[in-house]
Design a protein around this ligand. Structure first.
Ligand code: GLU
Length: 539
């Protein structure tokens, strides 16, 4: 009899939300779910896989310990409960894993911990070491010291960043529903589960993510989409599935590996858009399954725009219920992923539309020359992360003449075009892409909208220019255009790492690189910003 072949070793991150760890009302630990997760992880380890667990639940366990009925609103109270609960949570995991002889480790992170490149690399090395020792690291946010500036905000984002740090093959977001649905399956009988997502940007318009999420957790489907965006951009296959049956993880891996290992597979067809056994899926972003049937991919599916029918090889094998987000075919390199998702930008560099066009091309290498810089906002040091903003006329008004089209070299990866616009009381606006800020609850848009208009005009600026303060002391100039009524708007299109400080870039802006040594007395680089990731391509 042939021995069963073990699949190749893969690195798997499994994220469990609070609703999968403690009961929503009694806050008692859900021991059967936790035990099933432990058995699954130990089994995956026995197959040679490396597994990291991202576990929420500290606050939930703390609530139970203190017999507090509902999650408090005050940050300090939540932090105190997390401090009470985290020790018990990790003790619980250690106890369960210990029964099966599996050592674990606790890793508590904040964004601040990994926003320095050296500390980030040290965290990566610790993960690597633990995994090579056969240990299962159990990660949570270090809630005690997390304040808005350094908070991941939710463990969906934390798990995505962890997956990208360790170059995981899979990220499993285990939750109380078995996938992403077109609408809330608890309320809408026509809600259809989406099997495969190839473009998160286009799927946003086709699903309603608002209504899902438990009372205890901080996530919901929107944070899962953001997590999927971060993880898939880093090349990680991301799965949403139910925490009720963690053993499905094997079936999901087997199911998707079976397709991956074949030639001309549905997966490769989906990724590349080439003709595949599932040709419509190759061109579309989602493949739905009706909520009413477990093996529903064998049944006909409702007709939606950009959705493939299920009479395909994908559906012929018994497909365990889940939504799979396909990884990017051109994953961001580690440094770029770190820059765009982990770092807190210290200021902004404003570029012209020509530079934006060039940076959007792969050949640019994501490097910006001084010639493409229009201005600098905020104070930042060399080596710090900066927002890349473009200046353009407000929609409906004349467009900015393109300048400095030769201002960049090399490439930047493109991103989703979705963005959030914030309008000030006087009507001026700034737009930012819909990517996670340091703390989603204190994101650029939500913070700015609470600021009052500044009535004064800065003396250093021309009378037609108004200064406004953004969070992190960033300052945005709203300039009046030539016709005195038109206004410029600044839009964040990406992020990068500054090679010079803000004052130095201000001095050399708009000039050829050959002026840098003359003006600054030295030239470390001919580029003022590097490792730029453009998330919003030019329109
Ligand atoms: N870190 C929080 C906790 O352990 C959970 C955050 C989340 O729900 O995503 O309770």
């Amino acid at each position: 009899m042939a021995r069963p072949r073990h699949p190749p070793s893969q690195t798997i991150v499994i994220k469990l939300g609070t609703s999968s760890i403690v009961h929503e009302v009694t806050h008692q630990p859900l021991l059967s779910t936790l035990s099933a997760v432990v058995e699954t992880v130990v089994h995956l380890r026995a197959q040679g896989h490396k597994v990291v667990l991202v576990s929420s639940g500290a606050i939930g366990v703390g609530l139970k310990r203190m017999e507090v009925a509902t999650k408090p609103k005050a940050l300090s109270k939540k932090q105190a409960l997390a401090a009470i609960g985290q020790g018990r949570l990790i003790a619980l995991w250690d106890n369960l894993f210990g029964q099966l002889g599996q050592p674990i480790a606790q890793i508590l992170l904040t964004r601040g911990d990994i926003s320095d490149r050296t500390r980030y690399l040290n965290a990566v090395n610790t993960f690597k070491e633990l995994l090579s020792m056969g240990v299962v690291p159990i990660v949570n946010e270090n809630d005690t010291v997390s304040v808005s500036e350094i908070k991941f905000g939710d463990n969906d984002t934390l798990s995505a960043i962890t997956s990208s740090m360790i170059h995981a093959d899979y990220l499993f977001l285990l939750t109380d529903v078995d996938g992403l649905y077109t609408s809330n399956p608890r309320k809408d009988p026509n809600a259809a589960r989406i099997d495969v997502v190839t473009s998160i940007a286009s799927i946003r318009s086709q699903v309603s993510t608002k209504t899902l999420g438990s009372n205890l957790g901080t996530g919901g489907m929107e944070t899962k989409l953001i997590a999927a965006e971060i993880a898939t951009a880093a090349g990680v296959m991301t799965v949403i599935t139910s925490s009720k049956d963690p053993k499905n993880i094997f079936r999901i891996i087997e199911y998707n590996n079976a397709f991956k290992s074949g030639t001309n597979t549905p997966l490769s067809g989906l990724q590349s858009g080439r003709s595949s056994p599932e040709p419509r899926a190759a061109a579309s972003s989602i493949t739905p399954t009706p909520s009413s049937s477990e093996e529903s991919s064998l049944t006909s599916t409702p007709s939606l725009e950009g959705v493939s029918s299920s009479s395909t090889p994908f559906s012929q094998a018994a497909r365990p219920p889940h939504t799979l987000f396909m990884p990017s075919t051109m994953p961001l390199r580690d440094l770029k992923s770190w820059t765009s998702h982990t770092l807190h930008p210290s200021g902004s560099v404003i570029i012209d539309s020509g530079a934006h066009h060039v940076l959007s091309k792969r050949e640019s290498g994501g490097r910006l020359l001084a010639a493409g810089v229009l201005g600098v906002r905020g104070a930042f040091a060399s080596g710090q992360a900066v927002r890349i903003l473009i200046r353009k006329h407000r929609p409906g008004e004349s467009t900015e003449a393109s300048t400095g089209s030769d201002s960049t070299e090399g490439a930047a990866e493109g991103g989703g075009p979705s963005s959030t616009r914030t309008t000030y009381p006087d009507g001026s606006t700034i737009t930012a892409p819909n990517t996670p800020e340091i703390n989603p609850s204190a994101s650029l848009s939500s913070s700015i909208s609470t600021l009052d208009a500044l009535p004064t005009v800065d003396e250093d600026m021309t009378p037609s220019t108004t200064l406004r303060t953004l969070p992190e002391d960033d300052t945005v100039v709203i300039e009046r255009g030539v016709d005195a009524t038109a206004e410029w708007e600044l839009e964040e299109v990406g992020r990068g790492l500054a090679n010079y400080n803000s004052a130095q870039i201000e001095r050399v802006k708009g000039l050829r690189s050959s002026y840098i040594p003359q003006l600054l007395g030295y030239a470390d680089s001919e580029y003022v910003v590097e490792n730029i990731t453009i998330r919003v391509p030019p329109s």
